[in-house]
Design a protein around this ligand. Structure first.
Ligand code: COA
Length: 166
C-alpha cells in the first residue's frame, strides 16, 4: 500500500482542497487528510467541527480517511506509514512558502516526498480566509464550498452575531 497524507488547517475545507484530494487519491492507494491541531492560525471552527465537515465532504471516498495530528507533519506521515505529503499549489505566491516547507520536511525526513498538484484555475484564487470573510458579510459561498460547509459558516456567523448583540 502506497499512501499519502494531505495536511492542512482546513478551516474550513473548500472545493480547492477537494480538487487536490480527488486528483491526489488517484495517485495513491489511500490518502489520510491530516488536520493540524497546532496550526499558527486562529481557526473559526474547532478541530471536531473541521473533522465533521471533512468527513461529510469525503463520505463517498473509500480510500480517504481523516485524522487530527499534533507536532511535525513528517512524523505523522511516518506514523501513518505514508510515503508522501500531498500539497496544492495555487499561484506563484504559494511557491516560496511551500518550497521552504518541503525542503524543511525533506531535511527532517529524507524518506518522505512532497508531491505538489497544481490547483485548477477556477480555484486558484480561493482560500479559506477569503471564504470566511465573504460569508461573514452574508455573501453566498456555494461556488467555493460544499452546501454543508456553507450552512456551517452561516450558522457560525449567525451565532457570533447573536453573542455580539447580547
Ligand atoms: N485550493 C484553494 N485553496 C487552497 C488550496 C487549494 N488547492 N490549498 C490550500 N488552500 C488554502 C487554504 O484554504 C488556506 O487558506 P487560509 O490561509 O486562508 O486559511 C491556505 O491555502 C493554506 O492553508 P493549508 O493548505 O491549510 O496549509 P496551512 O499553511 O494552513 O498548513 C501545515 C500547513 C499544517 C501543513 C504546516 O503548517 C505544517 O506542516 N505544520 C506542522 C508543523 C510542521 O511540521 N512544520 C514544518 C516543519 S518545521
Amino acid at each position: 500500500m502506497r499512501t499519502a497524507i494531505y495536511p492542512g488547517t482546513f478551516d474550513p475545507v473548500t472545493y480547492g482542497h477537494l480538487d487536490i484530494l480527488i486528483r491526489g487519491k488517484e495517485l495513491f492507494d489511500g490518502v489520510t487528510i491530516a488536520i493540524a491541531a497546532d496550526s499558527k492560525k486562529t481557526p473559526l471552527f474547532t478541530l471536531g467541527e473541521r473533522m465533521e465537515l471533512l468527513l461529510e465532504a469525503t463520505k463517498d471516498m473509500p480510500n480517504v480517511s481523516v485524522r487530527v495530528f499534533e507536532g511535525l507533519t513528517v512524523e505523522f506521515a511516518r506514523q501513518c506509514g505514508a510515503v508522501a505529503i500531498l500539497r496544492g499549489l495555487r499561484a506563484l505566491s504559494d511557491f516560496e512558502y511551500e518550497f521552504q516547507l518541503a525542503l524543511m520536511n525533506k531535511k527532517i525526513a529524507s524518506d518522505i516526498e512532497t508531491i505538489f498538484l497544481m490547483t485548477q484555475s477556477e480555484f486558484s484564487f480561493v482560500s479559506s480566509s477569503a471564504i470566511k470573510w465573504a460569508a461573514s458579510l452574508h455573501a453566498g459561498v456555494s461556488d467555493f464550498v460544499p452546501v454543508h460547509v456553507e450552512k456551517a459558516l452561516m450558522k457560525k456567523y449567525a451565532s457570533q452575531r447573536t453573542l455580539e448583540d447580547d
